[in-house]
Design a binder for this molecule. Structure first.
Ligand SMILES: NC(=O)C1=CN([C@@H]2O[C@H](COP(=O)(O)OP(=O)(O)OC[C@H]3O[C@@H](n4cnc5c(N)ncnc54)[C@H](O)[C@@H]3O)[C@@H](O)[C@H]2O)C=CC1
Ligand SMILES: [Mg+2]
Length: 345
């Protein structure tokens, strides 16, 4: 035992001493993923982001929202008073590490009584998707992307408890970077689906669409899952043709984002153009409720609109676009900025 503890202390000391660059951080996380003993030790000094049935614990401080990082000892105290027989630190999944190489984990406390934990940790377990309007612009982007990663990973573990070939339970390694079936040795790694999100434009107009399941008034760029065997460019061409009947001319990659709703997606954002003699829309109503060409002025106004704006005097809702949390917002903003730069305004 003493030997194990000194090894752990040595390891922590080495990590803290050497973990001063991004490369060292990345290698420390790699070590934690690959080595169960190293990760087990890191759990003792790690920090934890807590969830309850995939809803993160969120605290409000003045006008901002954040997810508190709870220390190992504090978490053990909570588990001690609320049900340590139901959960242990090893049920956590590794998210990464801080600049000073403190390992960061997420743990879902869904099997424990929610209100007692909320009281103990002065926070509220909040369904992120429903809370986006409330926390839009009031949570820093790094915190939001950490929540997205944690939610996706916890959800993946929750829905991959059994091997799809043997039907027997799978076991996660300590970090949660994989699950293994001990009957046939099959290894399962956390999965995500690539999705393209494309802002189609032609000169000073761009195309935004509304789907039936979107909140009223929200319009966004066209999105679609990549099919097996497709390149990014092929998915874009197919999705745009399928959804609005247009043929894409040029495509330019813009950026990416991990998106945890409804499952785990890697959103690949692109700008695309169509030729100006082929702008007639042929909307596929099975997928899209409405799609329209918007002018630069209309899109600029929509970007400034509050999430879930109130009705106009004539009873209609103004058009608004997804909040800053979503890559769609940045894709639309990028187009507006490029157009303004072209116009010299
Ligand atoms: N972060 C952001 O800014 C935005 C994210 N999105 C996300 O993009 C995703 C894809 O957009 P959609 O227009 O719904 O895609 P879509 O146009 O491909 O249609 C969805 C349909 O594709 C099929 N499908 C194929 N592969 C699938 C997979 N791996 N997982 C689930 N369904 C699959 C299903 O039949 C599903 O009903 C949505 O889940 C949405 O949450 C959409 C807009 C903005
Ligand atoms: Mg779509």
């Amino acid at each position: 035992m003493q030997k194990m503890l000194s090894a752990a202390v040595r390891h922590t000391a080495r990590s803290v001493r050497t973990c001063s660059s991004y490369v060292n951080q990345a290698r420390y996380v790699f070590d934690l993923k690959e080595n169960d003993d190293t990760c087990r030790q890191a759990l003792k000094s790690g920090s934890f982001y807590l969830f309850h049935n995939l809803s993160p614990l969120i605290r409000k401080s003045e006008n901002t929202f954040y997810t508190p990082a709870v220390s190992g000892p504090d978490l053990l105290q909570v588990l001690g008073s609320c049900g340590k027989d139901k959960l242990s630190l090893e049920d956590s999944v590794l998210l990464g590490c801080s600049e000073s190489c403190v390992a960061e984990f997420a743990l879902d406390l869904g099997s424990l009584e929610k209100s007692a934990i909320e009281q103990e940790l002065s926070g509220k377990f909040t369904e992120i998707r429903n809370a986006i309007a409330k926390i839009n612009g009031k949570m820093d982007a790094e915190n939001a992307s950490l929540l997205f990663r944690a939610r996706s990973l916890l959800q993946w573990h929750d829905s991959h408890q059994y091997c799809s070939k043997s039907g027997k339970p799978t076991t996660k390694n300590v970090s949660g970077s994989k699950r293994v079936c001990h009957v046939n040795g099959l290894i399962y790694y956390p999965q995500m689906s690539p999705v393209v999100i494309t802002l189609v434009s032609c000169k000073n107009r761009c195309l935004l669409a509304h789907q039936e399941n979107f909140p009223a008034g929200m319009y966004t760029a066209l999105a679609g899952y990549c099919e097996i065997g497709e390149t990014l460019e092929e998915t874009i061409r197919r999705e745009i043709a399928e959804e609005v009947g247009l043929v894409v001319d040029t495509v330019r990659y813009s950026g990416s984002q991990h998106w945890p709703f409804p499952g785990s997606s890697l959103m690949l954002a692109c700008q695309a153009t169509v030729k100006d003699d082929k702008l007639q829309l042929d909307i596929n109503r099975a997928e899209i409720e409405d799609a329209r060409w918007f002018t630069l002025e209309e899109v600029t106004e929509a970007l400034q609109m509050k999430t879930l704006p109130s009705k106009l005097p004539d009873g209609t809702l103004p058009v608004w676009v997804p909040p800053k949390f979503a890559i769609a917002h940045h894709l639309i903003q990028e187009w507006v900025q490029e157009q303004k730069a072209l116009n010299g305004s």
